[in-house]
Design a protein. Structure first.
Length: 102
């Protein structure tokens, strides 16, 4: 996955303060549309919780067939083969996101 990365904290509801503005900025700027070697139109959000830490990494990205020519400010994340939950929803507000994750 080629993605944008946000570092956040679970302390004092930090993720709720940082992730929604990050999500909206990425969506409004159409940042993920410029990823070369993009496989499909799907967008992927992944959260990497750090063991024994309130810190999390939040990724917003797209599947790419190769990591050549990654746009500036982006990173890569390899998601190993496994079983994952795939959800689709229409976001009208933050409550829709929380409900989808529940």
């Amino acid at each position: 996955m080629t993605a944008l990365l946000l570092h956040a904290t679970l302390v004092e509801n930090g993720e709720a303060k940082k992730i929604p503005p990050f999500f909206h900025k990425v969506m409004e700027d159409n940042t993920l549309e410029s990823v070369p070697n993009r496989v499909n139109s799907n967008q992927i959000c992944a959260i990497d919780e750090k063991e024994n830490s309130p810190e999390v990494d939040y990724y917003m990205g797209v599947e790419a067939s190769s990591y050549n020519d990654i746009p500036g400010g982006m990173t890569t994340l390899t998601i190993p083969a496994s079983n994952y939950a795939v959800i689709s929803f229409v976001k009208r507000g933050n409550a829709d996101v929380l409900q989808a994750f529940m």
